[in-house]
Design a protein around this ligand. Structure first.
Ligand SMILES: O=C(COP(=O)(O)O)N(O)CCCCO
Ligand code: NA
Ligand SMILES: [Zn+2]
Length: 311
């Protein structure tokens, strides 16, 4: 069934597990996520960026939002696992309100590049509108380095746990994404991978709401190697290893944003298949290995985060 993201995350919070939030831009990735969720008996949070809304609507983000809601609801109504649709990194008021009106389960207002007071003001406004429509809200405190669609943050600004307490009390936001050392994309760490567990624990203790880890892809070496064997150049790619994800969930993370891992698994399968099948040009065939690898990486992540078996 199609559910509010809050239902999924409150259950995860109560029972101490994490749920992968998986980005889509098209039908194929939606198929794969649903198939993995059903296979693993795991709740799934489907998420789309503002760019995905534009892409699906061929430039018209309102059309894209409508399309995504129809697609996700169609799949959700056919399966027994809980399925939610979330707007990821909502930065523009128009996109966020469009997602709320189109029927998204939840929206993120990402005002993290603004000063604290401004972030609170913008978040309060969206909470008021979203809650009036029965939609839950995620906000971000601190900044992740790396590129987030349009905005590029220079370097990591880690969350201030005391600020987080005030922020959640003042805004009434349903979930919070504290910046704790990760970044978006495939090149997350120069040296060894590490995130600030203490900050996660403090934010959890002070806010007592479901927490979100952004930039959480592991950048799985197995798929990086396959992709590079077949022509990709991902030198230096490094993500958040499974043991760090497990620890982050123990410290209070419940929603685990994952996009890069799906992209790498898919492109690894696509490159391998195309290289080995020069005569093939049927898209129902040449996505086969891409589909298999993407379902594998999602299934494994559900095991790592503990959402497997929890639907
Ligand atoms: O936090 C994340 C996931 O980040 P990643 O999958 O790159 O680790 N997201 O919000 C997904 C979209 C961001 C651009 O990839
Ligand atoms: Na942000
Ligand atoms: Zn993110």
């Amino acid at each position: 069934p199609y559910v509010d993201t809050k239902v999924i995350l409150e259950n995860a919070d109560k029972n101490g597990y994490g749920v992968p939030a998986l980005n889509i831009n098209n039908l194929e990735f939606l198929h794969y996520i649903i198939e993995a969720g059903v296979k693993m008996n795991s709740p799934v949070i489907i998420e789309t960026s503002q760019g995905a809304m534009k892409y699906a609507g061929n430039g018209d983000f309102r059309k894209g939002a409508e399309l995504f809601v129809k697609m996700v609801k169609t799949f959700a109504d056919e399966v027994d696992i809980p399925v939610a649709l979330h707007l990821d990194h909502g930065k523009d008021f128009e996109y966020i309100v469009t997602a709320i009106k189109a029927g998204y389960s939840s929206v993120m207002i990402d005002a993290s590049e603004h000063p604290f007071e401004e972030n609170m003001k913008r978040t309060k406004e969206i909470v008021r509108i979203a809650h009036a429509a029965g939609v839950s809200v995620e906000a971000e405190l601190g900044q992740l380095a790396g590129v987030e669609d349009e905005a590029v943050a220079a370097e990591n600004v880690l969350v201030n746990p005391e600020e987080a307490k005030i922020f959640v009390e003042e805004t009434g936001v349903d979930f919070l994404a504290p910046a704790v050392g990760t970044s978006h994309g495939a090149f997350k760490f120069k040296g060894e991978a590490k995130i600030d567990y203490d900050r996660i624990k403090k934010v959890k203790e002070y806010t007592k709401i479901p927490l979100v880890l952004h930039g959480a892809s592991s950048v799985v070496p197995e798929f990086v190697e396959i992709a590079e064997k077949h022509g990709a150049d991902f030198g230096g790619a490094k993500g958040v290893p499974a043991d760090i994800l497990r620890e982050a969930v123990k410290c209070g993370i419940n929603k685990v944003n994952t996009d890069t891992d799906l992209r790498i698994a898919f492109v690894a399968g696509l490159r391998e298949f195309l290289n080995n099948n020069p005569k093939e040009f049927d898209p129902r065939k040449y996505f086969k290995l891409a589909k298999e690898y993407t379902i594998k990486v999602i299934s494994d992540r559900m095991e790592v985060l503990g959402s497997a078996g929890k639907a």
